[in-house]
Design a protein around this ligand. Structure first.
Ligand SMILES: [Fe+2]
Length: 183
């Protein structure tokens, strides 16, 4: 289950419907794909894409996405810090950032035009779509692990453009989800 916080309003949302409604107001799509398809822990990327082919096809038809793959990141990933450093500063892309989380956790900060920054923690079963042009940044949580399906309209468009606003430095890249408190 995702967790959404709005630091400027000292507000936290932990119910899927409330999170989806709030994010929709920021132009962000959020969904829970429940029930998740059973996937073995050691499933290959091909097996994951096959298990979720129905949902992927729907997203492709809806959002004009042409390709899907699976990103798999852990503390053992070579060059992890360099990779994360590309995306942990406020930026935007020329295409949508679409992620369906298979395992692990991630923390998206979204900076809507004219609205307060919101932090959304995502985990298995969460789909998030950050439309092109949206200011955002991304961190891993303490488990340093995320496996997610990505969808692309055009892989060439997925380069970060940095805002250099400095806003990202005002927010701690810390996850507060229940799964971390009990871990
Ligand atoms: Fe991004």
């Amino acid at each position: 289950m995702a967790l959404l916080t709005i630091p400027a309003e000292d507000r936290t949302l932990a119910d899927s419907e409330g999170i989806a409604a709030y994010l929709a107001g920021c132009g962000i799509d959020y969904e829970r794909w429940i029930p998740a398809h059973p996937i073995a822990i050691d499933a290959s990327a091909e097996q994951i894409l096959e298990a979720y082919s129905g949902e992927i096809d729907k997203l492709k038809a809806h959002g004009g996405y042409v390709a899907a793959d699976v990103i798999d990141v852990s503390a053992e990933t070579p060059g992890l810090e360099e990779m994360l450093a590309r995306f942990n500063r406020e930026h935007w892309h020329d295409e949508d950032e679409v992620r369906f989380i298979i395992s692990g956790h991630g923390l998206f900060h979204i900076h809507p035009k004219g609205g307060p920054v919101v932090a959304i923690e995502v985990e298995a079963g969460d789909l998030i779509r950050v439309p092109r042009g949206t200011w955002h940044w991304f961190n891993l949580c303490s488990d340093r692990r995320i496996r997610a399906i990505r969808l692309f309209q055009d892989t060439a468009g997925w380069t970060p453009h940095y805002t250099d606003s400095g806003v990202d430095e005002k927010f701690l890249p810390v996850c507060f989800g229940v799964s971390h408190l009990v871990a």
